[in-house]
Design a binder for this molecule. Sequence first.
Ligand code: NAP
Length: 498
Amino acid sequence: MSEPQTYKNLIGGEWVASVTGQTFESTNPADTREVVGVFQQSNAEDIDAAVQAAKSAYESWRLTPAPKRGEILFKAAELLRQRKEQAARDMTREMGKVITEARGDVQEAIDMLYFIAGEGRRLYGQTTPSEMPNKFQMSVRVPLGVCGLITPWNFPMAIPSWKILPALILGNTVVIKPAEDAPISTYNFVQCLVDAGLPPGVINIVTGYGPEAGEPLVRHPDVKVVSFTGSTAVGQHITKVAAETMKHVSLEMGGKNGIIVMDDADLDLVVEGVVWGAFGTTGQRCTASSRLIAHRSVADELGRKLAAKAESITIGSGLDEGVTMGPSINADQYKIVCDYVEVGKQEGATVVTGGERLTDGNYQYGFFHQPTIFGDVKASMRIAQEEIFGPVTAIIPVDSLDEAIEVANGVKYGLSSSIYTQDVNQAFRAMRDLDTGIVYVNAPTIGAEIHLPFGGTKATGNGHREGGTQALDVFCEWKSIYVDFSGGLQRAQIDNAE
Ligand code: NAP
């Protein structure tokens, strides 16, 4: 194994060591003997330096024409396309997702670069007629200033791109603190922006642990908005901390996503979708299909077919092209998965397949677990209510569409949901009544595209969306401008009233 690279913080266009003098290692979750990178263990002082650099860069970046800003993003897209394979391999090594999925993660960032580059020539506001004569009015987006971005490890390039790019195109500057488990993908992404000509200080990276490096970013008075993706517990904490300085806060958090399977569904199609939705990214997606709310008349047959398919999954290092499921991200997350599997057994659910950790041979060096399907699950059980974030899904039998929708909505999260049916009336009822930010029909709960809004209801979010042009709203204020060219005083609601 080659000597790991040491990565420094990027502050004001310079690569600098943390003032702490301390570093931490990131290891390959498929083989923890491999250190994939060494990173700065930063603190509040490093964060302050990065925020000051971002603040200095803001004045000229906000006045750079947005189409010019877009051109830099376009060049970065071209660079990332050229670097896609290496970026994907780095991602698999640092966080374990299989190489085909890592390529998809990088592709999502490329798509986002092209999409937001184009926004540089749009950033549409509104013009509306005035209620007064000889008066013009419009609304325009204005940037906020320094944006603090905190990201998780599970989509280590796509999620930073969802935040960085809308922030930049609007004329904001950025400080990003990536997750300690997978920072390299953020570096690879930001390097493309730097190489494409992004001026120094417009984007800054500071690595470190959440409480030591993330929280000072949330507390910093010169940071105007915090955009966070991660767990609901940390998101709630961030909201409270950010309130002290009256920051804008955008949160994307957990999920407990359900697939409804009606009795007229094409079960072979369901099986394909469920195995992808539940075990893709080793179940470590906020949109993972962790509940199958199946009509009782098909639940057993579905369980049998699913077990056969799940047992054909090849588990191992994601760099091996034949492998279809990788490890959990780290020891803590692995323990959570193992513990929840025990909870499911104790709660009385049936293990349809899986249920065991893998520790033999090369598996001993990583965090591997069998894909696990529980049957006979009751909607109130913990495995049907709490986010597991691992390769575990639960079949919950129901008797009707009404009951299925009630069960689907009966969790604290509201990110994604799906229904498999061939009945258009049932599909439209589900689309209307499922209380989630994303609904799929005849597809699993994963598979979002970057140009539609992404996010969830209830404990998943706080009303904001990433993706689509809605993502722009997180990183700007609206300014309404009225121009009176009548030459006199015109009083709205008064001079024109009857
Ligand atoms: P996490 O533990 O909440 O961490 C997310 C980020 O917050 C990391 O960068 C973490 O730093 C940082 N952090 C931790 N404590 C902090 C604090 N006190 N102040 C500021 N920052 C802090 O979540 P995760 O384990 O990385 O990700 C898994 C979770 O993300 C799941 O719940 C999943 O559903 C959710 N997620 C949601 C979406 C969505 O769009 N809705 C997408 C992906 C993932 P360190 O880890 O480096 O310490």
